[in-house]
Design a protein around this ligand. Sequence first.
Ligand code: NAI
Ligand code: MG
Length: 333
Amino acid sequence: MQICVIPGDGIGPEVLGAAVRVLQTLVPEVVLHEADAGWATFEQQGTALPGATLAAARAADAILFGAVASPSHSVPGYRSPIVQLRRELDLYANIRPVVGLPGRTPVDLVVVRENTEGLYAGRERLEDEGATAIAERVVTRRASQRIVQIACELARQRASERGRPGRVTIVHKANVLRVSDGLFRETALEVTRAFPDLVIEEQLVDVAAMRLAQSPERFDVVVTTNLFGDILSDVACIHGGGLGLAASSNLGDRQALFEPVHGAAPDIAGQGIANPLAAITCVALLLVRQGYREQATRLHNAIRQVQHDGPHTPDLGGTARTELVTEAVMSLL
Ligand code: NAI
Ligand code: MG
């Protein structure tokens, strides 16, 4: 198994270092190819996503990605490398599972986020001598079809694994974004007709955000466009213990990239206190896709146990360092 490892900026290298140690423990024969991306790479090489990184990502069996720091102001020549990677590798489905903490509300949901277009299509410009900014929101029938298809297949698979009916919630804002979300909604409803075994519902994004916060146990698979999915997955991850635990898969027809939902966390970077469990959970997701099911199950169980019994990093109210949490997971393997 050849894995491309892209640590990135901030806590990216800290949590991915932990994830790689766990991966090497479970699959000693794994071959790692480390590659650069992010803000530091941009400052050194003039590009946030060098061609060599893209080539390494294409050549590998799968990719582990840490996090990158993207400035909130416009920097000529800089584009978010993760957004670029998703588009270049056509990783069109961003799958973000949330499992509730033991002893709390039984949450078991997945946000399925369209990953290649929407408001992240990169079509932004200034007009009117800089006084007007225009951002184009791109929604295509093809991208909407394939994301809803994958969401329905996932709901069907989860229903059979769990022995209960599957439910897909289509989230949009078609009452205001009549054309773009109109197309998304219409296409989604068409696709879901082929899944009469699933309960299909639709919700406007604002009320969906409230319900995800208030009654997350009502949800199974949530499918939505790019920006809404980005925001809703951060809302939903609260029920799984927050950003320090939230992991995601970026899937295409050929390639797969696994990354924590969190970013570079500059407020805690360099202190050795980042929660590594999101990145370590990415390893479990990677192992399932690569066919290492037994190792993945062992890892999932170890993560659950550490989540429950500690040690916990400060984001979970503890005092443990990244290193100690990683050791705890490894000792359970
Ligand atoms: P963030 O996710 O980096 O951090 C939000 C908050 O959660 C911070 O208080 C941080 O300390 C905490 N946090 C995040 N991950 C944690 C972990 N593993 N353990 C403990 N605490 C953790 O989001 P923020 O602050 O909005 O963005 C920081 C930078 O990251 C920005 O430059 C942004 O562009 C970038 N970013 C990158 C992403 C990516 O690479 N996929 C995703 C989101 C943001
Ligand atoms: Mg996000």
